[in-house]
Write a protein that binds this ligand. Sequence first.
Ligand code: PEP
Ligand code: MG
Length: 756
Amino acid sequence: MLTTLRRIVLEFAQNTELESALLHMVTQVKSALNTDCCSIYLADHDKEQFVLMASDGLAKDSLGRTRIGFSQGLVGLVAQREEPINISNAHKHPKFIKAPEVQEDDLHAFLGTPIIHQRKVLGILSIQQKKSRYFNENEEAFLVTLSAQLAMAIASAEARELISLGSILKSKQLKGVSGSSGVAIGEMVVIQPKIRLQTISLKRHKNLSVELARFEQAVHETRLEFDNMTAKLSNVISDSSLDIFEMYKQLLDNANIGHEVQGKINDGWNAESALKLVIDSYIVQFEALDDPYLRERASDIRDLGNRILINLFDGSTGLTESQGAFILVAEDVTASMLAEYQHSGLKGIVSMSGSNNSHAAILARALGLPAIMGIDKIPLDQFHQQTAIVDGYSGELFISPNEALRREYQHLIEEEYALADKVKQVEKLPAITLDGKGIELQLNAGLSSGFEHSINVGAVGVGLYRTEIPFMNQSCFPSELQQTTLYEQVLSSFPKQPVTMRTLDVGGDKALPYFPIVEDNPFLGWRGIRITLDHPEIFLQQVRAMIKANYGHNNLEIMLPMISDISEVDEATRLINQAYYEISSELTLIGDEKLSKPKIGMMIEVPGVIFQLRDFASKVDFFSVGSNDLTQYLLAVDRNNAQVSDLYDSYHPAVLRALNAIAEESSKYLVPLSLCGELASDPAGALLLLAMGYDKLSMNPHNIAKIKWVIRHVELQRAKTILSHAMSFTSAKQVHTYLRGQLEVLGLGGFVRAGM
Ligand code: PEP
Ligand code: MG
């Protein structure tokens, strides 16, 4: 039985056409179970009906036509109960509905099982037999197992076969991850570059100097394009996301990829082959990395390679100019595609590959364009010129939306525009409530190499400078001097404003290419402070660099990640003091300038710490909650696992109560408190944290103005009332519904919408 089951599922998944896959499958099931009929119904969620999609046993001309309401008939009953229903004589069952066109008068026994994917009923699989009898346990087990296995295959086949199924089910919804929030409606423009490195076959050249000259010219043109892109975008973008083009230009330099390609041309390859060889080897290296941010850099390198390739030929990207509002759809939307198109009606992006770490997503956020990344693989060209709605809050794409849906989203877009204008007006004003309660908004920085663009977004210093990235972009640990130079740049960019630098936080999902860690449970293993305290030489070098860089600026604060035990704070403080005294004696201090001692704070990310805040309070100068990890550890949900992503929710009552308890304890022991996870940049999250009494919220630069606007339009007392209600709920869902309603009442609904 198991082999038959496996074969049926495998053959189903391999069939590229959904309707024929379903037909083949019902025939196989009917024969495997030696019964008289097998049918499959798929859900049309818009119309709340099941459509008979395939059957071996029911009348052929009812396929695609017979529809049963979600709560009607035996099919509806199976869906409602979400369990198998086994009936010896269906005709006598009170829920039985006669549908003459299917011709089932002689079929008496009925067994139906729901096909459920991610808690959603996708359809019903049923078998029927002439003889009136109950199906036995083995038959039932077979059908249940098959339905469970088919669920995934049907979910992805539906996505693949979107258009043909769409002709029956009309508008269609696909799900990816949110790369950038916001909503857009427009015609989809599918971009398939004319030429790509993947399609180049390797060839040797006949004339060395011609190939070198071709390559040099292509690099020159590519560099000019990047200059143009930067110039075009710098009027619109106010943060570090433009640095991608600087990085591209550096890579083009003779010392980097440019040099390696010339080497391959010298070895006898023509220019495009040499380029392909070099780019492919970089891609392989990046794709092998565990860290999701670095893995995404493979796509940047591919983008760069394809740009040069196009310039090796006629320089035309194969992209068609579009009129009016459009949504850019591509297998891999790249940063340069975005740069090229953002002035010509681009309203949103949909990328089959990538995640919210992709540079396209980073740029889309900076440009305020909604983006969906990593959407199910689908036949691209079929989408060209169809109307779609991009919901960048939820990561949903609606193709050929019906009029009602379209109207609803159009309304949201209008509200969003109005809000964006208002928000800009408060960018430089303090974050202060209507009744005068102030809260400091700070920047999260360090995820990309630049930060210069973030200086003027209206924040008060840096609440979290992630130091991992300079460690990751290297082939060995950066030297003390390298680190000092970098940290000095950061500290000097924010004169007289605090800059909180976090000590190296690798492990978990962030690995250093030159320092591999292999563990069964990386998030519960050697991570953050645990690694650096086991390697005091690395820790000391880093804090020495920070303290040296702080000389003359005096705005450094050091923050310790992943603290779970008092001894870690003691040991880290001892090492920081040691570094401080060493540097004091090494530096020649100018005049009466003193080397200032940085404040030392710790992150609250491990739930156990919450029960020991009194003990920690006397050891540190400040607490900063890492709500991303705290949520993951409190709820035991891997923050990167899509399978359980529905359970990962910082609005879960347990998380809210933990955050509130932290605020109460911190205030009791007079420890300044901030929060630097994603929750701070969510309007509802910011309101709750304000009400709890958090002193500072740290977030990405592009969220500062929005959160300021929210804070400036509420009274502390009102926020407190909202908090006390929110804390009384028993599920995250209730919390979301309540908060969404409250934000609407406050006139802040436009910021959250589907995203909450
Ligand atoms: C956090 O865990 O909330 C945090 C800010 O740190 P990171 O996201 O870098 O783990
Ligand atoms: Mg963390």
